[in-house]
Design a protein around this ligand. Structure first.
Ligand code: PHE
Length: 338
């Protein structure tokens, strides 16, 4: 019996387990019910009692050794197996990003403009696209017979109700509902009865801004707009103000920036003037403040308005306004990364 124990110990120790299949072989040969260890345990039952203690101990040691060897191999190969399945599905890899579309260039520019004015303390506001005559014209000091009130320029929906022709109607609504100081930026879609071409469309987008408080001056207007274009186009931009006319501002001006392409030298984009017109502005006419019950003796304010399409055309060098509205994905895809 002792020799057989020795022999089995040797067998167990020299059994090489190199792969998972051999772990199973090892188990069958030594540890299973029909395995060699069990055979010895069977025999053990019939040996004389005086040997039982010694042989029993040896048998147990042998059994533990075999079990340990099996467990070790089993752990090793099953964790290898786990590792292998991991490499088939690599859970640490970043997932594929689903394409979620891109922003429209007009939205990109609108957001950028709003963000710049937010940094100056302006708050975002909006108003209805269908307006009454009062908010779109009368409260803004348009005379009864002003040509803009004509069917030729304005889309009327009913008597005295029209699609707004500019975002200045939103400033009236704010002035009616809030007390100064008012500092707001108001983007939105506007409509004009124009023939569609590379430079004009029957609807487009504007951004309006107003600032009303005690002692607001034309110098504040100039500085605010100068800061704005520097933020939008870069610090080496120049500006100039030209006198102009709007019924709702006095004095009124138009602001030009130095041509982005030729830097003021003259090219076909700026029609060889070196300047590009980008917005209208002025000090809010006292009549407009009065119409909204704001005391023009106490408060002054400035207002400005610009076309988003125009700014986006300059920024992205878009030549034809119609590309913004044609839904051509080849055009839109160019803005994916912005
Ligand atoms: N509402 C004017 C336009 O549509 C722009 C503007 C706004 C001018 C505010 C002055 C002040 O052309």
């Amino acid at each position: 019996m002792k020799e057989r124990l020795e022999a089995l110990l040797n067998k167990i120790e020299s059994f090489e387990i190199k792969a998972i299949e051999q772990t199973e072989q090892f188990r069958l040969q030594f540890l299973s019910k029909k395995g060699e260890l069990n055979d010895l345990f069977e025999e053990f039952k019939s040996i004389p009692n005086e040997y039982k203690r010694e042989i029993g101990q040896k048998l147990n040691v042998l059994k533990n050794k075999a079990q340990e060897k099996f467990d070790e191999a089993n752990n090793k190969f099953s964790s290898d197996k786990l590792k292998n399945t991991k490499s088939e599905i690599e859970l640490t890899l970043p997932s594929e990003v689903d394409f979620a579309g891109s922003r429209h260039p007009l939205a990109i520019v609108e957001n950028e403009i709003v963000e710049i004015f937010k940094r100056l303390g302006f708050v975002y506001e909006d108003g209805p696209e269908i307006e009454d005559d009062w908010h779109n014209f009368s409260a803004l000091n348009f005379p009864e017979n002003h040509p803009a009130r004509d069917m030729q320029d304005t889309f009327f929906i009913a008597e005295e109700i029209a699609l707004r022709t500019h975002t200045s109607s939103v400033q009236v609504r704010l002035m009616e509902n809030q007390n100064p100081p008012i500092r707001a930026i108001m983007p939105g879609r506007v409509y004009r009865n124009e023939a569609i071409s590379a430079r004009a469309n029957c609807f487009f987008h504007q951004i309006e801004g107003i600032y009303i408080d005690e002692k607001v001056s034309f110098a504040d207007l100039k500085q605010t707009l100068f800061y704005f274009v520097q933020q939008l186009f870069g610090n080496d931009i120049n500006v100039r103000f030209r006198p102009s006319y709007f019924p709702f501002t006095e004095p009124s001006a138009e602001m030009d920036i130095s041509c982005l392409l030729c830097k003021g030298k003259g090219c076909n984009v700026c029609k060889y003037t070196g300047w590009l017109e980008i917005l209208g502005c002025g000090m809010i006419d006292p009549n407009v403040l009065k119409a909204s019950n704001i005391d023009p003796e106490k408060y002054t304010g400035f207002a400005f308005g610009m076309g988003i399409e125009r700014i986006a055309m300059l920024k992205f060098e878009v030549k034809d306004l119609r590309t913004y509205f044609s839904n051509d994905t080849r055009f839109l895809k160019q803005f994916e990364s912005i």
